[in-house]
Design a protein around this ligand. Structure first.
Ligand SMILES: [Zn+2]
Length: 152
């Protein structure tokens, strides 16, 4: 239910695991064992986790900026992406700055020509750069920041 939010949080440098396979009980046990905060949009699951003393957060927002603002307020992290701290949106591993030369045959020619800074996930091999989509990413984060200030 929160796959998109998971990817945002990882880009923002938060350590987030995500599963659509786990049963509620498994989620609660895992959150407790790994000392994680359980994020959910399922009120019943939230209440069960809370009753068992697991740190849980009920995600109420409708849009991504609303959700991000709620979480930034509750967990006090900046709504700005610092790629030095970012985790791979796909697998949660910290991404690393990678010399452009090493990626000549791994990204499209135009991308290689236009961009100079690249990051790579050491686990799944995904390659990232601040491409055209970055404008949308910034707009979403600015919107989230605005919501955060309205909430405070
Ligand atoms: Zn990865």
């Amino acid at each position: 239910m929160l796959g998109k939010l998971t990817r945002w949080l990882r880009m923002l440098g938060q350590d987030v695991t995500y599963s659509t396979q786990f049963e509620d009980e498994e989620l609660i046990v895992t959150a407790r064992k790994e000392r994680r905060v359980l994020l959910t949009r399922d009120l019943e699951l939230y209440q069960r986790a809370f009753a068992k003393g697991v740190d849980a957060f009920y995600v109420d927002g409708r849009t991504e900026p609303e959700k991000l603002a709620e979480l930034a307020e509750r967990f006090n992290f900046p709504l700005a992406i610092d790629l030095k701290r970012s985790r791979c949106p796909k697998c949660n591993t910290k991404i690393r700055s990678t010399p452009k030369e090493k990626l000549a045959d791994k990204v499209e020619k135009n991308t290689f020509i236009y961009y100079d800074e690249f990051w790579k996930c050491p686990k799944c091999g995904s390659i990232y750069w601040q491409g055209a989509h970055w404008t949308d990413i910034r707009a979403t984060l600015e919107e989230a920041e605005k919501k955060l200030k309205e909430n405070l």
